[in-house]
Design a protein around this ligand. Sequence first.
Ligand SMILES: Nc1ncnc2c1ncn2[C@@H]1O[C@H](COP(=O)(O)OP(=O)(O)OP(=O)(O)O)[C@@H](O)[C@H]1O
Ligand SMILES: [Mg+2]
Length: 338
Amino acid sequence: MEDMSHAINGRTFNSLLKVENVSFTYEERTFFGAVRRVYAVDGITLEIKSQEVIALVGESGCGKTTLGKVIVGLYKPTSGRVLYKGKDIWKMHKNEWRIFRQKVQLIHQDPYQALNPSKTVFQILSTPLRYHRIVKSREEARKRVEDLLRAVGLKPEMVLNKYPHQLSGGMRQRIVIARAISLRPELIVADEPVSMIDVSLRIDILNLLLDLGNKLNTSSIFITHDMGLARYYARDGRIAVMYLGNLVEIGPTEDVIQRPLHPYTKTLLSVVPVPDPKLARERKAIQLRSLDVPSASNPPHGCKFHTRCPFAEKRCSQEKPKMIEVEKNRYVACFMVE
Ligand SMILES: Nc1ncnc2c1ncn2[C@@H]1O[C@H](COP(=O)(O)OP(=O)(O)OP(=O)(O)O)[C@@H](O)[C@H]1O
Ligand SMILES: [Mg+2]
């Protein structure tokens, strides 16, 4: 077995959660009664350490949200395992499961769905506290909710009795974050937490998440399609790049940005503006063979990227490359890099 700790930027981490060869397939009935399968997540292995920050990046539809939901236990993997502190979450006893669901929190992609429109901010934030018995009385709940609101930069007296629709998008997202941290999680999976927020406020919200993560020693997985935001958020952590249900590259953020190894990561980065002219010159745009992303219900054989990859050879259409550590801490799934 591999070791349970590793060092990035001189910091050592212990394993918190691991997905092991996890797949998730949606099954839909078509209009004509046939079953259509969508291979949204296909054999992913990823480990997140205690206090680690990971950005999960990839284009729309590559399976980021599905993987996020598998990680927090909302979806049961079609195959593979999710281990929390070494324990298979789908074999947990009721009490272990309750603790797991408390310690691993998801911030949903859609902030409008996330908050119950008929509840006040106080009700939204106090209900989970009461349910998980973090507070024992209404007074205690009130005090704790006020502390939480202050922690996310809101004035309690201004928002406590408001309904979600009475708040701005930025304020709503702060409430969502307050709720996620209220149960003192060890891992937060934040699915595109700023995509619906004004550009001017995005960095504030990301800074808030990072800051709270540091104070509370929480790990986080930040899901985004935006390489620039991934680079910012995970500057002290790792980037994991996803393509059509697979991970294709994982490594320390700045390493991956400066020197991407997988052809897909190179294409993703070639469309990101870089302030560094030297880097921009070195990073010549690579020409894709095709601009079309294949469908997740009928994915290509072998390496899923081979239909678009300018470097693809015969082998790439026949065999699926494994994720291997090609350099220290740099994992890539590509025959050309091996
Ligand atoms: N409930 C569902 N039923 C059937 N297919 C689904 C369902 N949800 C997602 N899919 C499909 O699964 C694949 C992965 O979707 P997912 O939402 O996980 O991607 P994503 O990377 O989060 O995309 P985005 O960046 O647009 O949020 C896509 O092909 C999508 O169409
Ligand atoms: Mg999504």
